[in-house]
Design a binder for this molecule. Sequence first.
Ligand SMILES: Nc1nc2c(ncn2[C@@H]2O[C@H](COP(=O)(O)OP(=O)(O)O)[C@@H](O)[C@H]2O)c(=O)[nH]1
Ligand SMILES: [Mg+2]
Length: 466
Amino acid sequence: MKDRDSYPKFAVVGHPNKGKSSIVSALAHDDSVQIGNTPGTTQIKRGFPLRVDGKIVYELFDTPGFQRARRILAWLKEHEPVSADKRADTIRKFIHNFRDDKRFRDEIELLEPIMNGAGIIYVVDASKPYGAEYEIEMEILRWTGQPSMAILNLIGDEDYREDWSRALGQYFRLVRTFNPLTAKFKNHIELLESIAQLKEDWTEQIKEAIEILKRFHNQKIDRTVEIIIDTTIKSLSYIYRQRIKSKNATKEEYRIAFERYRREIIKYEKKLEKDILEIWKHKNIDKAETPPLINEIGLFSKESESIFGLSQRELILTGASAGAIGGAGIDLAFSGSTFFLGSIIGGIIGGVGAMVGYDNLYNIKILGQKIGKRELIVGPIKSVNFPYILLGRALYYSSLLANRSHAMRDSLELDDREFSIERVIDSDMRKKLEKVHSKLREQKEVKEELLEEYRKVILESFKKLI
Ligand SMILES: Nc1nc2c(ncn2[C@@H]2O[C@H](COP(=O)(O)OP(=O)(O)O)[C@@H](O)[C@H]2O)c(=O)[nH]1
Ligand SMILES: [Mg+2]
């Protein structure tokens, strides 16, 4: 039977400020790891396990940087054993003798997990020139006898990886480049594949970890797609009903009905935002700085003339085939700013005078059942563009989070100009989507096969982005 603690462990070590904590954060999918500009942010070692379904896949130790490597190596050499196989014992002796000595606290913190069986991940900033001063700490690590690899992190713009590799190759079994801030899932897996080669005992365990991570990653993708579709369908079929007093709704009644309708759709999108953050485990994203998806760009601003790069003509064709959009609707949708759902809906509320003309787009009806029982109905939205705005925003937002390293501490920047829905949804795909959208516009039932086709298209488009 496997021992409960049998998962692989790694100590991430190196000079201060080389990106150790960032690497731990990225590889443990944990955005709570402290990352700092000032050396010494990490003072004591801390283990960060990567859990999938409650089970630990591996654990990384974030450690303080080396501070007094020269003194320690001198001590080790003074106590040099007769043969190399006893060097690890000398390290143990050092830890034992100096456990309470504050001068060596950082080194003891970083050596301890290694002597307890953790593999070594040595981190350097290869955008800075190589220097012999690193050899002292590399030599100490070599004395531990633990399997080790070096990671070349490029923090700045320059690239001294060749020099570094020549030196590191003499101390470490493997040398790999890994950028903790830009690493995507694929890079993470590649790094783990390298780590699997470090020690024979680990190969099976790490391969298993890779399989678990891949499966988990696919589950996250499926969940994301499910939420995007669910939100889109809910928004497209949403209908707001409000009792009104007379045959004609007053301006105020229109305004209130629109506002309630708009708020509900915004609520759906906010919920999506929250769910996606949870799926991709971004707990500490700087939300205050995160621009809300619903932005205040005015409806009639001339900022952009296409919707995510879809040409007008194409959209009109899509619309024509759906047969659901009036001339006023087309003009409105195209003159508006593209990305910001709130502005399209919001703009209408803004100009009270504009309301009546856009009945077509928003499907506003007044239903008189009996005298005194009249209803103002808003929705389902008729705009052909609207579903693509929703989908585009959701896909773009989700891809930013799926691709975001947990080492990233910058606030999330949303910029629709980076994103073109045309790149991920071609016209064949759009035709399939349109089958569902048109049913929703007409308030008809959507058959299971159509939904399945819809799901495949959204999955395919999301996979293009991550
Ligand atoms: N641009 C860039 N910055 C990085 C990278 N890795 C780390 N940093 C930054 O370098 C600083 C130190 O990183 P940290 O992980 O705390 O280093 P540690 O002291 O070795 O744990 C932080 O401000 C990081 O955001 C990188 O690959 N690219
Ligand atoms: Mg640190």
